[in-house]
Design a protein around this ligand. Structure first.
Ligand code: ASN
Length: 327
């Protein structure tokens, strides 16, 4: 199998500096050496290092576009793609790639590590090897490819992952969707209904700053959100309480949402609970949001909702079209 591995930055390939850990440009060579040392791996690997390596906390929508364009330019030369990425925003990138390569017929797997590869006690190689193993298995299964985030033995659907722990090896959860596969000594696979859909690659011109996040907290008032809903914002993820509630006794707060909706900002309601679904209108406090034009993000993670808005805005979809994509 021909596998393309792109190192974009992140802890996996970091080394110490006076300011703390920074990505190492020589990491691709070290990884090549590691993989060549293993005679169990009978694949052709091409390992590339991006010219500007970043801590993923610096990543923007433009970086998702860069990674997607890179994969697209090599699409016909490889059987599988692995993106080595920092964990901080890995869930956003894996979601972006799943929207950009919908129904992908080749595996695209995003992974990284909690501890750099140069350390003795590291999860770097176990995650890389697991990602390679996932590529092998998915390629054999045919029809069950796609975009995934692989971490600590769990193969999570690309648009379902959430960074859930700062320091456990198990850094990612899949709150509302069972993992596609779990790797122990062997793989345990979840069976999926294979509905053959044709793959579509769509890489929009991504805009930075077109989407914002509106946090709900006790005492929130319009002034807190005013700056967040600036003129260039076209989409917002509202991080609501519980099953989709926000204070409904502050007319100025609701008026702000309504005015933003009316000027075309698509506001998507996602619960800050971290798991479960928004049940729009179950409570009066939630109904007020519906009346203000807020749409339900159902059981999406806030990462996926943020990326889906960014993706659709990048494609140039109208507010109405974007709203319909959330129904
Ligand atoms: N700050 C790092 C990053 O996201 C964290 C990591 O990769 N574990 O790039």
């Amino acid at each position: 199998m021909k596998i393309y591995i792109a190192y974009t930055g992140g802890t996996i390939g970091m080394v110490p500096s006076e300011q703390g850990l920074i990505p190492d440009a020589a990491f691709a060579d070290h990884l090549t050496q590691h993989l060549n040392e293993s005679d169990e791996l009978a694949h052709d690997f091409v390992i590339a290092s991006y010219p500007t390596l970043i801590d993923s906390s610096n990543a923007t929508a433009k970086d998702w576009q860069t990674i997607a364009c890179d994969i697209k330019s090599k699409w016909h030369d490889f059987d599988a793609f692995i993106v080595l990425h920092g964990t901080d925003t890995m869930a956003y990138t894996s979601a972006a790639l799943s929207f950009m390569f919908s129904h992908s017929d080749k595996p695209i797997i995003v992974t990284g590590s909690q501890v750099p590869m140069y350390k003795v006690r590291t999860d770097a190689m176990i995650n890389v090897m697991g990602a390679i193993s996932a590529c092998e298995e998915l390629n054999c299964k045919k029809n069950s490819n796609g975009v995934f985030l692989f971490f600590a033995g769990r193969l999570i659907e690309g648009d379902r992952a959430h960074k859930a722990h700062t320091s456990d090896w198990q850094a990612f959860s899949s709150p509302n969707c069972p993992e596609r596969g779990v790797l122990g000594i062997d793989w345990r696979w979840r069976s999926v209904d294979v509905v053959k859909q044709s793959m579509q690659i769509q890489i929009p011109e991504m805009q930075e700053g077109s989407v914002t996040i509106l946090p709900v907290f006790p005492g929130v008032h319009a002034a807190h959100w005013q700056g967040l809903l600036s003129e260039n914002v076209k989409g917002a993820v509202l991080l609501s309480y519980g099953a989709g509630n926000a204070p409904d006794r502050d007319p100025a707060l609701l008026a702000l949402l309504k005015t933003a909706s009316e000027r075309g900002v698509v506001i998507v309601n996602v619960s800050q609970c971290g798991a479960g679904s928004v049940a729009a209108g179950a409570y009066a406090a939630g109904s007020a949001l519906v009346e203000a034009g807020v749409v339900s993000g159902q059981d999406m993670t806030y990462e996926a909702a943020f990326v889906k808005l960014s993706f659709l805005i990048g494609l140039g979809a109208s507010s109405e079209e974007i709203r319909n994509c959330f129904l």
